[in-house]
Design a protein around this ligand. Structure first.
Ligand code: PXG
Length: 438
């Protein structure tokens, strides 16, 4: 048998990637600092995406690095099943302090996907604990992305993520809110579409509220290509959920920790959910961690209504992992010391003007933005959907800029430490690439 080559690319099955194409033409990253990545051969890349929407404080920030190093030397791991360690309580307390309204309990996971499935299970446990175990149906939304576990793909609304694994939970879906005809080139929240929330009334009429446990939505859809909520939409969704005694879960895996210029989108948009899913920015992605913020009503109800000593039969070996907790504390300190959530809000007008300056560039059919997130939607090539955006992604990479291509949409979500000059640089380079790509 051949000994594997040191840099053999074959063993790693790369996620959400054309393995055949990638391995024929790989792009590797070797180092990262602040706003930049560096390739193994020393080329610098300006990070227009904060990794995958997660490195909100910029790369390899000293306080986070030191916290992880210190913790790894002090205690590598401690179980949180019938045991615990002080950092887990401290991290939960600090995250709870950022959460809006009566969300003051935190369940730790290791990813956004696990946070979503955890929140869905807590919703079912809550309904059962209050004697409403018949409320089991979950409602998601078209174009929603809630990770890749079975719960998440069931409520998710991206067809390719579901169709190959068609063994899903009992769910229904709200219509998505993307409306190019009425809302193209909106700055901030689009004017039209609040009435799309009324579809929930029809779903309730069809299945009856007594069968529905919870609705889960991203307050601003991220993966589907940055879809800020229409003005008034989330308020209406909240009102209908309250009217019919249905829990409202916000999936803030992308929108949490400053992306929309506030700790959470719930606060930015002034709408209070019953649970918030988070991951990514909670540790600045330096150690994997996710969490679910839970209201005290849900927490107390599940504890009081439990019919066994263990109130919730759920948890992960690595729930509240010491390294992740240390990273979370270093991250929250960094956000606070640098005022990064406020910074994102202050930079929003410059960012908005910069991205909308691409209106009229070749292929561009829509531009939308909220906080430090934006999407530039391209006209798909006839018969070759997604190819154009992938080509732009590759050309940007070659020009030293990292953008994210999703479908025929370019998504931007720079670290919140980005400067105005760097925003201009990102937009200029995209403009140059768009002018050349067929
Ligand atoms: N919910 C939301 C809203 C997400 O955006 C997840 C759940 C799942 O998180 P994990 O940690 O299990 O991946 C996500 C993840 C992209 C992209 O470029 C977005 C995500 C992941 C990878 C790529 O759109 N979001």
């Amino acid at each position: 048998m051949n000994a594997p080559l040191r840099n053999d690319l074959s063993a790693f099955w790369i996620p959400f990637t054309s393995n055949r194409r990638f391995k024929a033409d790989p792009r590797l990253l070797a180092r990262a600092k602040d706003m930049h990545y560096e390739t193994p051969d020393g080329r610098r890349l300006l990070d227009g995406t904060a990794g995958l929407w997660c490195v909100n404080a910029g790369h390899s920030r000293p306080k986070i690095v030191e916290a992880i190093q210190r913790q790894a030397a002090e205690m590598d791991f401690a179980p949180t099943f019938n045991l615990a360690h002080p950092l887990a309580f401290e991290a939960a307390r600090r995250i709870a302090a950022l959460l809006p309204g009566e969300l003051d309990h935190v369940f730790f996971t290791n990813s956004g996907s696990e946070s979503v499935d955890t929140a869905l299970k807590i919703a079912l446990a809550y309904q059962r604990a209050r004697g409403k175990g018949h409320k089991t149906r979950l409602i998601g939304r078209e174009r929603g992305y809630h990770g890749v576990n079975f719960g998440g793909i069931s409520v998710g609304g991206l067809p390719k993520n579901r169709m190959y694994f068609n063994n899903l939970l009992q769910v229904d879906h709200l219509p998505h809110t993307h409306d190019l005809a009425r809302n193209a080139f909106s700055r901030g929240l689009p004017e039209h579409g609040a009435e799309l929330a009324d579809a929930l009334e029809r779903i309730v009429a069809l299945h009856d509220a007594s069968t529905i446990a919870a609705v889960i939505v991203e307050p601003m859809a991220g993966s589907a290509g940055v879809l800020p909520p229409p003005k008034g939409y989330l308020e209406r969704l909240r009102a209908i959920c309250t009217k019919h005694d249905i829990l409202l879960i916000f999936d803030e895996v992308i929108t949490g920790f400053g992306r929309v210029g506030a700790p959470f989108a719930a606060e930015r948009f002034g709408v209070q959910p019953d649970m918030i899913c988070m991951a990514k920015g909670v540790t600045n992605a330096a150690v994997p961690m996710g969490a679910v913020g839970v209201s005290r009503t849900i927490y107390n109800t599940v504890l009081e209504g439990a019919d066994a000593p263990i109130e919730l039969f759920h948890g992960y070996t690595y729930s509240g992992h010491p390294l992740a907790c240390a990273a979370a504390l270093g991250t929250l300190d960094t956000y606070a010391e640098d005022g990064l959530f406020e910074r994102a809000r202050a930079l929003e007008p410059h960012f908005e003007a910069a991205v909308h300056s691409l209106k009229g560039a070749r292929h561009v059919i829509d531009i939308r933005n909220c906080g430090l997130a934006a999407a530039i939607e391209l006209e798909p090539r006839p018969g070759a959907a997604t190819d154009r955006a992938m080509e732009v992604f590759r050309a940007c990479f070659d020009q030293g800029l990292l953008v994210r291509a999703t479908g025929d949409i370019l998504a931007l979500s720079p670290p919140l430490i980005v400067s105005e000059a760097e925003i201009d640089e990102i937009v200029d380079r995209i403009g140059q690439v768009l002018a050349k790509v067929a």
